[in-house]
Design a protein around this ligand. Structure first.
Ligand code: MN
Length: 190
């Protein structure tokens, strides 16, 4: 995918060098790898979502899921905003599920800080429309658990190490001013 924002749009929280590596090298490597793996397989003409739901554990699943996870993560971000928070029915559902928006931020931050693996922390919508925070490791995606991703935070070290070094908690604390709640709202409505 094309980046949905300029490389300097997320400053000062995510800098251009981080994006040059994270988007230009890591994200691209998953795309190049998948493109080298799928010709002449049953997955050649399938969507990323179909591959994630049907591929066995292995390189094709890992690379497809990492592409989808990174595309989704890019769409979850936009330029920093003061008092950045959801509005409307999504805001109400978050308050219903987590008591308040501040409590939600605290819970999802704790979950991300304590995700032991390289992986992802998600806000998901369950089949009964209830909201839940979950962690996945490595390339894991909630779709394989029949949960719909609404928001994700990449907590692989490559997402923050250039700028924040080992301080994952700083990266997570600051990323909440970048969340594109309009995108999350659209995913919630789907
Ligand atoms: Mn990443």
């Amino acid at each position: 995918m094309e980046l949905p924002f300029e490389k300097n749009a997320l400053l000062p929280i995510i800098n251009e060098e981080t994006l040059e590596y994270h988007y230009g090298k890591h994200h691209k490597a998953y795309v190049d790898k998948l493109n080298s793996l799928i010709p002449w397989t049953e997955f050649e003409w399938k969507s990323l979502e179909e591959i994630i739901k049907t591929a066995p554990i292995g390189a094709i699943f890992n690379n497809a899921a990492q592409i989808r996870n990174h595309n989704f993560y890019r769409n979850c971000l936009r330029a920093p905003k003061v008092d950045n928070a959801p509005i409307g029915n999504l805001a109400q559902e978050i308050e219903k599920a987590f008591w308040s928006f501040d409590e939600f931020v605290k819970k999802i931050s704790d979950s991300a800080v304590n995700n032991f693996w390289s992986g992802w922390t998600w806000l998901v919508k369950n089949q009964d429309w209830s909201l839940e925070i979950i962690n996945t490791s490595n390339a894991g995606n909630p779709m394989t658990l029949w949960k719909k991703p609404l928001l994700t935070i990449d907590i692989w070290e490559h997402a923050y190490y250039i700028q924040h070094r080992n301080a994952r908690a700083n990266y997570i604390q600051e990323i909440f001013s970048l969340i594109n709640w309009d995108f999350v709202q659209v995913e919630f409505e789907k």
